[in-house]
Design a protein around this ligand. Structure first.
Ligand SMILES: Nc1ncnc2c1ncn2[C@@H]1O[C@H](COP(=O)(O)OP(=O)(O)OP(=O)(O)O)[C@@H](O)[C@H]1O
Ligand SMILES: [Mg+2]
Length: 826
């Protein structure tokens, strides 16, 4: 057993499959139960079971497990594993029964000499099959008299015919004898003859089990790589364990993008390539076209192969079970994703380029796809193709397919003839990796590449490359160990430099048109998030200044979010009219930034109901285009919506999904937000232990980084939990840590949320003056105008703080507030 361990980005990445004990099989509970029944029944009742399943699915591993179980149960095991080259008569039986050669003496003469001859153990006349079969049965029965016996035969499809017939005879006569037969065969492979035995199909592993297996064996794989492997392996265990091995260390760790078709390891190639290699050249070329074309469209394939080959040339690939031409959809479908890999690994690079060229020539009406194929056919830099790929990347980005955008940008950078373009393209790819797909290790590497490309004659990154690069850098740092102030300083410096004009040698018009908009829009949401997490008033000034330079039409809702985040008690009311209009006008297919910016503003002002569908759409889209971070934010917002409106089970499910995604993508700067929602639910349900498990890591992240908002969120959770416990002294401490009584802290949205907690805690701990002062502060700030929910909280606070004689009517008034119905929880 060899374990190669490579340190990649601080992680341990074991490259080789490690031999495991059979008892550690992943996802095989059902199969082991079926096998276990045969074994458990053995001492009393013999029987047979034939496992079948695709190559590499895990049949032999199950036989190993069966052997281990039988041995533990004191059952003697005889085992044979057939091989394709061992085809002499009775070679399988020989392997199986050799350990019993000492027992042949107990047989009668006829049986002994028949078996000796058949098994090649001695001279003697060849006997007919019935005699040999009876001899085997007698031998096994005799041995089993001393204790139960299990025969295990692997690779039944390669068993020689003579042995197969004898074992078939035996298998049908096991009932009443303590002898079991357990065999495994590849489904679809021709067998010597069909055994009429009880069968069990070994299915591919479920996605869940596959993910667990890959995570356990290859802990250093980036989450996106793991997902891709699980998808392409389709539950095939060998593929799950071998596809990671075929990747480079950088690819495995997510530091380099994966190719469109995954490469095969030698073990996988040995299994999957021969049937492809056996096809005639015409079929192989057509399959190659189908792999590269991607959708399997027969009309495109026909056109690309015109004059050379005909679609009917695929017939032999169909006969071999590799692909299927579906007349109904006019497409050719591969029987398994790994066949695409086998086709690619068996194709010469010249053929691949030729196929790309042929496809490009047929896709003139689809410029994006044409650009991909031209790029595939290129072997040296080509500025025109690089330009087309860049446009393609923009389109992919705009429709939410960030993964494809990154791939297109990287290929465009490779094909750029030099100058400033590669640095700019790499910087944009780094930006998308850091802010959309959540691939921080890749972002860090691309950032380094972009900086390398921008030294020497290429000169510094252009303004529209420098700003996205700094944003990527900020995300990497924020999710690493850097504190809020450092990241804030870097970002504001970059925004400031950009705003001040082009750096020496930069493009003439850095602030004009679409480029300017894109660069600044790339930076501002991240800067806003940093200001909000920082939770200190002075952080906002550079953001406000940069935002002011954007045309109002280009602010994409950032002004609304800032208005509800920076100092919500004072400025939220002023943006509500525009916020309501923006939410009402949210188009069905809005881009995820716009949805998330508006939804975040909506969350602070109790308007999430109007964003629900758009947020759900973001999570759906994210699954297709790899937009992990937008999905994380959308899930957290939906969780908050669920909590506030009383659907706590759903809120918890959504929050947990968001938290898992944060953890698997290493996004602590997002993680605390998901934890906050889950901790609120735990606090509201009185699950204090769980609440503390959730808030502990929030504090550990927030304190050294100066993330005041995250710290306030923990106090917010704490005050809710303490109120629930009736521990009002503690509730007072927690709520007062957010906002001192009598003054509504600005720059901390949690101050609005805890008005009622603070007032109630003050009243119940004998602090009527503080309670009154806080009600007055809430009234003076006018937060009741933000939403019926906040109006309800303020009115209830007033009722609690009032003298007993006035409380009744005040409570009545609170309950009478219109539009408060959805906030039943409050
Ligand atoms: N459930 C499992 N959990 C962990 N590893 C497994 C599991 N099943 C199989 N493996 C491992 O996957 C690889 C392929 O499994 P196995 O050799 O059992 O496949 P097979 O179905 O017997 O294939 P073939 O048809 O080629 O004989 C082996 O390395 C095996 O150890
Ligand atoms: Mg096997």
């Amino acid at each position: 057993m060899t374990v190669t361990v490579t340190e990649v980005a601080g992680r341990v990445f074991p490259l080789r499959d490690r031999a495991r004990r059979p008892s550690e099989l992943a996802g095989r509970d059902r199969d082991l139960t079926v096998i276990g029944e045969l074994i458990a029944g053995l001492p009393a009742q013999g029987g047979a079971l034939l496992l079948s399943g695709e190559a590499g699915v895990g049949k032999s591993a199950l036989l190993n497990a069966a052997e281990e179980r039988a041995a533990t149960a004191g059952i003697r095991v005889l085992r044979a594993a057939c091989a394709p080259f061992e085809c002499e008569s009775f070679s399988g039986l020989n392997q199986l029964l050799l350990p019993l050669s000492g027992e042949l003496d107990h047989l009668n003469d006829l049986h002994r000499s028949a078996l000796n001859a058949a098994l090649g153990l001695g001279d003697g006349p060849a006997r007919d099959r019935l005699v040999i079969s009876s001899a085997v049965l007698a031998l096994l029965t005799g041995v089993a008299a001393g204790g139960p016996l299990l025969l295990i035969i692997d690779n039944w499809q390669w068993l020689d015919q003579a042995s197969a017939l004898v074992l078939g005879f035996v298998a049908r006569r096991l009932s009443g004898r303590p002898v079991g037969l357990l065999a495994a065969r590849r489904s679809g492979s021709p067998v010597p003859f069909e055994l009429d035995l009880p069968g069990h199909e070994v299915p591919p592993l479920s996605d869940d089990a596959a993910t667990r297996l890959v995570t356990a064996r290859f802990p250093g794989l980036a989450p996106s790589v793991r997902r891709r492997i699980v998808t392409e392996a389709r539950g095939n265990t060998l593929a799950l364990l071998e596809l990671p091995v075929a990747l480079s260390d950088q690819q495995g760790a997510g530091l380099a993008p994966l190719p469109a078709v995954l490469p095969l390891s030698p073990r996988l190639r040995a299994l999957w390539s021969p049937p492809v290699a056996a096809l005639p050249a015409a079929a192989r070329y057509l399959l190659l076209l189908a792999v590269l074309e991607g959708t399997g469209s027969l009309s495109v394939l026909r056109a690309a192969a015109a004059g050379q080959y005909d679609i009917d040339d695929l017939a032999c690939a169909e006969h071999a079970g590799l692909a299927h031409v579906d007349a109904a959809t006019s497409r050719v479908n591969f029987a398994h994703p790994l066949i695409r890999s086998a086709v690619m690994s068996g194709s010469a690079s010249g053929d691949v380029r030729r196929a790309h060229r042929a496809l490009a020539a047929r896709l003139g009406d689809q410029p994006g796809r044409r650009a991909w194929h031209l790029a595939g056919a290129a072997i040296e830099p080509d500025e025109a193709v690089a330009g087309q790929l860049e446009r393609l990347a923009r389109q992919a980005r705009d429709r939410g397919d960030a993964s494809q955008a990154v791939t297109a940008l990287l290929r465009a950078a490779q094909l750029s003839p030099g100058g400033r373009a590669p640095g700019r393209l790499l910087a944009e790819a780094a930006y998308l990796s850091a802010t959309v797909t959540g691939e921080l290790p890749l972002a860090a590497r691309l950032l380094a590449d972009a900086r390398r490309a921008a030294v020497g004659p290429a000169g510094p990154l252009e303004p529209d490359g420098a700003l996205p690069a700094e944003v990527a850098n900020a995300c990497v740092l924020l999710n690493g160990g850097a504190d809020i102030d450092t990241v804030h300083r870097l970002l504001t410096a970059a925004v400031g430099a950009w705003s001040a004009g082009p750096p020496a040698g930069g493009t003439a018009e850095p602030h004009g048109g679409e480029t300017a908009l894109t660069a600044l829009n790339a930076a501002l949401p991240t800067l806003l998030a940093v200001c909000a997490a920082g939770g200190r008033p002075e952080l906002w000034a550079p953001f406000d200044a940069a935002l002011a330079r954007l045309d109002p039409a280009d602010r994409a809702g950032l002004d609304l979010l800032a208005g509800t985040s920076a100092d919500p008690a004072r400025s939220a009311v002023g943006v509500l009219g525009r916020l309501d209009a923006a939410i009402a006008g949210l188009p069905r297919a809005a881009d995820h930034w716009r949805v998330l910016i508006l939804a975040a503003a909506a969350a602070r002002t109790d308007r999430l109901a109007g964003c629900r569908e758009a947020l759900r759409q973001v999570t759906r889209q994210a699954r297709e285009g790899g937009a992990v971070l937008p999905a994380i934010s959308a899930l957290t917002l939906l969780s908050q919506d669920g909590f506030r409106t009383g659907d706590w089970d759903e809120a918890r499910r959504l929050g947990e999904e968001s938290l898992r995604a944060c953890q698997s993508h290493g996004q602590p700067a997002h993680e605390w937000l998901a934890r906050e929602q889950l901790a609120m639910i735990a606090a509201a349900r009185g699950e204090d232990g769980l609440m503390r498990e959730l808030t502990g890591p929030m504090l550990r992240w927030a304190l050294p980084r100066g993330a005041v908002a995250a710290r306030m969120a923990v106090h917010r959770v704490g005050s809710l939990a303490a109120c629930g416990r009736g521990d009002f002294a503690e509730a007072y401490r927690e709520a007062a840590a957010i906002s001192p009584p009598g003054a509504l802290a600005s720059h901390v949205p949690h101050a609005l949320e805890t008005v009622l907690d603070l007032v109630e805690a003050a009243v119940r701990t004998g602090r009527p003056r503080e309670a009154e002062a806080h009600v007055a502060a809430a009234r003076a700030a006018g937060i009741a105008a933000i939403s019926p929910r906040l109006a309800l909280l303020v009115a209830a606070s007033a009722a609690l703080a009032a003298p007993a004689s006035q409380a009744g009517p005040l409570f009545e008034r609170a309950l009478g507030i219109g539009g408060a119905d959805p906030w039943a929880v409050e």
